[in-house]
Design a protein around this ligand. Structure first.
Ligand code: NI
Length: 137
């Protein structure tokens, strides 16, 4: 278990009131947990900016009837210089599939793969969700 430390923060009362309202809306039970999550988010964003080793989930909604799209998507994943850890495929309706691809690797290469996949004709929607970093909490 990491050691917990307490620290004091000076802040305008209006800002604190607005922050407390927001944390309550988001379902946090206390201010500390909300603040810890903001700190982790800031550190993760910094890690992505600096090109660190990251974890991400690429989601793709695509039309599987589009000619050779499936093989192009698979090909791109095999040739990317990132690790594809897992992928989940869901048949949404007669033509559309949703795929969630969990990848890890340097931030720039993860972004490159996500861009390449969503640029394929037949991909209707594509998103990259930063899911975490290595070596930072
Ligand atoms: Ni499918």
């Amino acid at each position: 278990m990491p050691r917990i430390v307490r620290f004091g923060v000076s802040v305008e009362s209006e800002l604190l009131r607005a922050f407390d309202e927001l944390t309550e809306k988001k379902g946090y039970t206390n201010r500390s947990e909300a603040l810890r999550d903001l700190m982790r988010e800031a550190l993760a964003a910094q890690a992505w900016e600096e090109g660190d080793e990251v974890l991400g989930v690429i989601t793709l909604l695509y039309d599987h009837t589009k000619r050779e799209l499936l093989s192009r998507l698979t090909e791109a994943q095999h040739h990317a210089h990132v690790h594809v850890l897992a992928s989940l495929h869901i048949h949404i309706d007669e033509t559309r599939c949703l795929e969630a691809i969990v990848v890890c690797g340097p931030a720039r290469l993860v972004e490159e793969l996500a861009n390449r996949l969503r640029a394929e004709p037949g991909v209707l929607l594509g998103h990259l969700c930063p899911a975490g970093t290595f070596g930072r909490s």
